[in-house]
Design a protein around this ligand. Structure first.
Ligand SMILES: *Cc1c(COP(=O)(O)O)cnc(C)c1O
Length: 437
């Protein structure tokens, strides 16, 4: 009914604007287009064949099976969210996960909130509201989705003091800006962009020494949240949470759904008194996590505590060797049409995504599909069941194996076969060359 009302109102407005009156058929077509658009706007599971592992538009890190089991169990009924079961006494929500997170990264305290943007907002408003925050001009970045450092600072009630230049900032630049009203230094991971060539910025440790010599803290917005045991050549230049703390950062803020491989969330770790003060801030209450994400986070902590990187799907995807991906893409091609001229197995480059050094190459493999209309095929794939989200490169549709879980291979090839309109060959029990023609 509401959709029909909207369609009729739109038709009236169009007539008022001088357009010819809409026919009944046109209005009916508009109502069904509105209904379809509303259906499309729903959140449905999709297969990510873009090769961007931490794809924000596709929900970032997929969760491990134990996290799913705990979400389902806690969602279906009640859970010990704020209760110590042996005594029945009330306990602080997230206390256990936060203590484990702090121990994991070697921090005195940890606080978990809705996402990293919330963590940065809380940290800055808690430490520096009404005072000045000193930031390098090279780090006044936009991370994406409206997260712009100058705007976050303004919203936290702090005054931004820019120092240095876009490409070069030195310790002395920070030193000159320090004064009575300085609350803290802020260091931001520039995430999805990089300044190359004639560029320089001080080491985090040097800035931390400067801050501490002046009796003020330094906050690091790390973003990615890589832990020390998560190692991969493509993450070579991505700092770890532990390294930021060791360099002297008083507070480190990071996402839990990027390189940490967990549910959406943000962590603020570091100095005990400062983290506790943030926890007591009324704003923290508005940014807290619910039982489902805490249950998932605890399962992800289980894996990190055992350094079991490969048990976390997002990290397993990041670390998968390119040769293994190539073999899977070849198996896809065998199923979809080994003699189909449109299909090629190619070596390509995937991306970490999530603003974590997106430009460091991540060698990968993809099925490239040539055709007259790459956009139309991509659309058919996205509208399939399950939806498959590809990327388009040089007029070809690419299906990157790095972001398809091997356990989804069967669903994936079925969906691709449907979009291509081909019949799927049975799964090969033997090597393709041994199969009868
Ligand atoms: C991703 C990112 C953010 C935003 O984190 P969300 O978890 O998406 O809120 C902020 N700062 C940096 C440096 C980031 O990389």
């Amino acid at each position: 009914m509401a959709l029909a009302r909207d369609a009729i109102a739109a038709a009236r407005h169009a007539t008022a604007d001088g357009h010819p009156p809409a026919t009944l058929d046109e209005i009916v077509a508009d109502v069904s287009a509105r209904a379809r658009a509303r259906g499309r706007a729903r959140v449905v599971p999709a297969l990510n064949a873009t090769g961007v592992v931490l794809h924000t538009n596709l929900g970032r890190a997929p969760l491990p099976a134990p996290a799913l089991a705990r979400i389902a169990a806690c969602a279906a009924g009640y859970a010990s969210l704020e209760m110590d079961l042996p005594t029945g006494a009330r306990v602080r929500r997230g206390a256990s996960a936060e203590a484990r997170l702090a121990a994991l990264v070697g921090a005195r305290e940890a606080l978990v909130v809705n996402n990293n943007a919330a963590g940065v907002l809380l940290a800055l408003s808690g430490i520096a509201a009404g005072r000045e925050v000193v930031v390098s001009r090279g780090e006044l970045v936009e991370i994406g989705g409206g997260f712009r450092i100058p705007e976050v600072l303004a919203r936290s009630g702090c005054r931004l003091v820019e120092v240095g230049t876009t490409n070069k900032t030195r310790v002395e630049d920070f030193e000159r800006a320090l004064g009575e009203r300085t609350a803290c230094l802020l260091r931001v991971h520039p995430s999805n962009f990089r300044i190359e060539g004639y560029a320089e910025r001080p080491a985090l440790g040097a800035l931390a020494r400067l801050a501490h010599a002046h009796g003020i803290p330094i906050v690091k917005d790390l973003g990615g949240g890589r832990l020390g045991h998560v190692e991969s050549p493509s993450l070579r230049e991505e700092p770890t949470v532990e390294a930021c703390l060791a360099a002297g950062a008083d507070l480190v803020c990071f996402s839990l759904d990027k390189l940490f491989g967990g549910p959406q969330g943000g962590a603020v770790v570091g100095d005990a008194a400062r983290v506790r003060a943030l926890r007591d801030d009324p704003l923290a209450r508005a940014l807290r996590l619910d039982k489902l994400r805490l249950a998932a986070l605890e399962a992800v902590l289980d894996a990190h505590e055992r350094s079991a990187t490969e048990e976390l799907p997002a990290l397993a995807m990041l670390l998968a060797p390119a040769e293994a991906l190539l073999a899977r893409v070849e198996a896809w091609r065998q199923r979809l049409g080994p003699s189909d001229e449109r299909l090629r197995v190619i070596e390509t480059t995937a991306a970490v995504g999530g603003g974590s050094l997106a430009e460091l190459p991540l060698p990968s493999a993809a099925l490239a599909i040539a055709g007259d209309d790459a956009e139309a095929l991509a659309r058919a794939l996205r509208c399939g069941e399950p939806p498959v989200v590809p990327r388009i490169e040089r007029d070809r549709v690419l299906l990157d194996a790095r972001t398809i879980s091997p356990t989804d291979d069967e669903r994936f090839v079925r969906a691709v076969a449907a979009a291509l309109g081909v019949t799927l060959a049975p799964a090969a029990a033997t090597a393709p060359a041994d199969r009868p023609a």
